[in-house]
Design a protein around this ligand. Structure first.
Ligand code: HEC
Length: 195
């Protein structure tokens, strides 16, 4: 009979402990608690493969520049020109937020893992997979760029967001002078930025 009592007490302890943990978690949407966050990032590190794959491109300034060109074409809309989110309004609004590629957490990945992330994306986040859209060489060049990111803010905001801001300011000015309201029909769509 004693063993039954012991088991019952153990079960009660587990349930109480569970409630304490749940009580300390922040359940509001978009702001996962620290426990949930740390579990998710553990799961992510298990899932990200190709740990030992080596970057076949030389680690030279030419490769970094090539990687920067591809990055600024495909990735700036979320990551900013500098990979650190400069001037990108959505950076902190996504859940999880857009990663700062200069952060210790991202730099901890091996080259092979960074390539894997670019190919496959990160599930349950805004980070898309690019396999089939960009070539292996382009992805490897971007890995080199991610290892040599420019100083945060040094490249300014992506052009699409600069234009949006200027347009906004211009519109306000015109209204102040009792000019007709700004036309919205003909404005360029952010996705159609020139190559
Ligand atoms: C639509 C927005 C978006 C675009 C475009 C985008 N990313 Fe991301 N990226 C994200 C988000 C959101 C995360 C954070 C994912 C997370 O923390 O789980 C992320 C994370 C990353 C990471 C780190 C992975 C991690 O564990 O957080 C790398 C590396 C990365 N992106 C590279 C790129 C590259 C290279 C491109 C362009 C080829 C690109 N991204 C385009 C949204 C984007």
């Amino acid at each position: 009979m004693r063993w039954l009592v012991t088991i019952l007490i153990a079960i009660v302890i587990v349930i109480v402990a569970g409630f304490i943990v749940i009580g300390t978690m922040d359940w509001s949407a978009g702001k996962p608690g620290s426990l949930e966050k740390s579990i998710m990032s553990r799961v992510k590190y298990w899932r990200v493969g190709d740990k030992d794959a080596k970057d076949p491109l030389p680690d030279t300034s030419d490769t970094v520049k090539e990687g920067a060109d591809h990055f600024q074409h495909h990735c700036e809309i979320c990551h900013g020109l500098d990979g650190q989110g400069t001037g990108v309004p959505i950076v902190s609004r996504l859940s999880p937020p857009v990663a700062n590629l200069a952060s210790a957490r991202v730099q901890k990945y091996t080259d092979g893992q960074l390539k894997w992330v670019i190919d496959n994306g990160i599930r349950f986040s805004g980070m898309p997979g690019w396999k089939g859209i960009i070539s292996d060489d382009e992805a490897w060049a971007m890995v080199r760029f991610i290892r040599h990111l420019p100083a945060k803010g040094s490249l300014g905001a992506p052009k699409v967001f600069q234009e949006a801001e200027e347009e906004h300011e211009h519109g306000a000015e015109m209204q102040g002078e009792h000019a007709p309201p700004p036309q919205h029909g003909g404005t360029q769509h952010p996705e159609q930025h020139p190559h």
